[in-house]
Design a binder for this molecule. Sequence first.
Ligand code: C2E
Ligand code: MG
Ligand code: MG
Ligand code: MG
Length: 277
Amino acid sequence: IVKNNGSPGVGFYHDEMTQAFPNRMIMETHLRRAVELNELTLHYQPQVDLQNGEITSVEALLRWNNRKFGAVPPSEFIPIAEENGLIHSIGAWVIDQACLQLKTWALQGIKQIRIAVNISPKQFTQTDFDQVIMNALKKYQIDPRLLEIEITESAMSNMNTTLIMLKKLKKIGVKISVDDFGTGYSSLNYLRLFPIDILKIDQSFVREIQSECKDAAITKTIIHLAHSLGLEVVAEGVEEIEQVSFLRNEQCQKGQGYFFSKPLPSEEMEKKLLDIV
Ligand code: C2E
Ligand code: MG
Ligand code: MG
Ligand code: MG
């Protein structure tokens, strides 16, 4: 439950928090030091092959646990980091950390699992964004195909710069997915122009596929669209067995959501991948 503390638009009181930030400025001050104080971590949520139930990839989701004020959800601090520019250093940390994780897993024999990282539109339009990716891959000697870049439709607003960056990323060899597909200002034109590999069906469509025929129709259409274009397709926010059946029936390749697992700390994800639990 998020309550508003009176400042416009941002609620600072969250039930996961041990204490709330008194105001946004104090939150920003703490966010500024979050990387160096080791307050950020990545949790990992599996993406599961709906035909055989195997984990094929995981999405990295950022967590911030402030020593004084407790846990802050990304929906609260990412928009602030985007506004004040901290998203560049935080985003670079996320990419570095994901590559380090790939390296660590590879050394343990987990070699085929891909990690998807969320990229904010601000980061994506940074002209040397491809260098940030390249440097991290090089540093840990990662096969680029094991890294996936999740962008939203809002990152694609400028056709020219987006196309240039996507081509550079494609050349590096990383995978590119469109997150929350169908909720932005989607233009089918970009699916034609941009080198995209994966569509992620937004959880708002998946949620009611059993009861709302419009949501079912949209979900089916996205799956079929992905198939016709030769793209992979992942359904987000899968919570119930009925949704799994529906998606499987429609030949949706992958699912992600609480039905399979919530996002897990690295060590727990590792145990799952090593089949220990
Ligand atoms: P997203 O990329 O669409 O991530 C999916 C969100 O849905 C995650 O929320 C995840 O915990 C949640 N989720 C997963 N399965 C289910 C389910 O079955 N039911 C429901 N109701 N929710 C589910 P989270 O971790 O709070 O992240 C929220 C958003 O914050 C993400 O949405 C993404 O846009 C952003 N975000 C997270 N990590 C990063 C990051 O490292 N960088 C950037 N730029 N944004 C991030
Ligand atoms: Mg995502
Ligand atoms: Mg999403
Ligand atoms: Mg999102």
